[in-house]
Design a protein around this ligand. Structure first.
Ligand SMILES: Cc1ncc(COP(=O)(O)O)c(C=O)c1O
Length: 415
């Protein structure tokens, strides 16, 4: 329940977590809940990891913040590490996913201006999600989120996801394009995945046209899909990549990573931030990456993802209401044939915390540390919740509720 003094932007579940341990959360009223969401892809190394807790506590006792007006050795080490993992050249650090993308958008515009393009355009995708600042909101593909915030920032051209022909035809006619911004897996958009051949063709097109290929890995990065960054499954390297969520394990951080020409666009005065990757946050991120390496969490994400998908295929088999079980590693979606927001509460009552996105997709983003026993438990509890939901809420009643939404007509018209 929100206090009257909290702005009315979220409708939280009626639960609060007092502490966590690994893949488990403990509520303030003493219940033990399996974490199927990891703070929306943030707590990759699980809750209260002793090594992370110690590193943060030790650093907090030394210096928390100093500002980007001085050298920050911990930030420099983090930038070096991210560039090694990504095969890219340099990093700007902010405080969130939206800020990382805001930085990428500014970088692309400046890149265009430096090449004599006065009205630079960025190609973005249907169903995309890049954040809620004014520019990232305009880049996102959700009319629901954009509604009421017009005039939207201009300079974006929207195309269908996974459609290289749509982008090629723009390439033929529009000399103002400077970049393409794309998610490898659309998280908020419903766990839809870019095909590897699409990403490779896009890479080639961007190189040919001297466009920046900008990949938003805010949700899919930092090991979530079983590689450090999801685009690595396609064997490509982007010009710009954005990160946030899992990088700081809950301490706020965003990163805009660049390579080649993109790495030389900004000069002092072009961009900045007070907080970005101060000593405390940088130590949290460095320790997160070290834990992931030492505990083989990329492999674990792949193995547990495969296990969870296989177990769901069995436990939900033959159910006509289940349209698809999809995703990579531990970024998974179960699409139902009807809106299913109510399943979150039912799942919580069954001791598992999950989320529904895009109206009818149950989203699972458990900690990357989850073990096989907990993964099976997750499937059992979520499957039970889905079955109860489907038994108690027939398609028509749930669909009718959604149609009453005041935004529904607007969304339909805008789409
Ligand atoms: C792919 C992607 N990009 C950007 C964002 C925005 O990140 P933040 O909420 O940290 O601003 C999100 C958040 O869900 C995301 O999933």
């Amino acid at each position: 329940m929100l206090s009257v003094h909290q702005m009315n932007t979220f409708s939280p579940q009626d639960v609060a977590f007092a502490h966590g341990e690994g893949a488990w959360l403990f509520t303030t009223d003493g219940r033990k809940i399996l974490d199927g969401l990891a703070g929306i892809a943030v707590n990759g190394v699980g809750h209260a990891h002793p090594r992370l807790v110690k590193a943060i506590a030790d650093q907090a006792g030394k210096i928390i913040h100093s500002s980007n007006l001085v050298n920050i050795p911990e930030q420099a080490a983090l930038a070096d590490k991210i560039c090694v993992l990504s095969n890219m050249d340099n990093v700007f650090f902010g405080n969130s996913g939206a800020e990382a993308n805001e930085c990428a958008i500014k970088l692309a515009r400046l890149y265009g201006h430096q090449r004599g393009i006065a009205n630079p355009q960025i190609i973005v995708m249907e169903r995309a999600w890049h954040g809620r600042t004014l520019a990232t909101l305009a880049a996102s593909g959700s009319r629901k989120a954009q509604a009421g915030f017009e005039p939207l920032v201009t300079g974006f051209i929207r195309v269908p996801y996974n459609d290289i022909a749509a982008i090629s035809s723009i390439a033929e006619h529009n000399g103002d394009v400077v970049a393409v911004l794309v998610e490898v897996l659309q998280g908020e958009g419903g766990i839809y995945q870019a095909r590897a051949d699409y990403l490779r063709e896009l890479r080639k097109l961007c190189t040919d046209k001297q466009w920046l290929m900008m990949i938003d890995e805010v949700q899919s990065g930092i090991g979530r899909t079983g590689k450090w960054f999801a685009h690595q499954w396609a064997g490509i390297v982007p010009d710009v990549m954005t990160l946030a969520k899992g990088l700081g394990s809950g301490l706020p951080i965003g990163a805009c990573v660049a390579r080649g020409a993109a790495a030389n666009v900004f000069k002092p005065g072009n961009h900045g931030t007070t907080f970005g990757a101060g000593p405390l946050v940088s130590v949290a991120a460095l320790t997160t990456l070290a834990i992931m390496e030492d505990e083989n969490l990329l492999d674990n994400a792949t193995k547990m993802g495969t296990l969870i998908k296989a177990e769901f295929a069995t436990s939900l088999s033959g159910m006509a209401s289940i349209k698809e079980i999809r995703g990579m590693g531990l970024m998974l979606g179960i699409e139902l044939d009807r809106p299913c927001a109510e399943v979150v509460k039912i799942a919580l009552d069954h001791g598992v915390f999950i989320n529904v996105t895009h109206d009818n997709v149950i989203r699972l983003l458990p900690p990357l540390t989850i073990n096989a026993a907990d993964a099976r438990e997750l499937v059992m509890r979520v499957s039970a919740a889905i079955k109860i939901f489907l038994a108690t809420l027939p398609a028509t009643s749930s669909a009718a509720q959604v149609n009453q939404s005041p935004l529904k007509n607007f969304e339909a018209a805008a789409d």
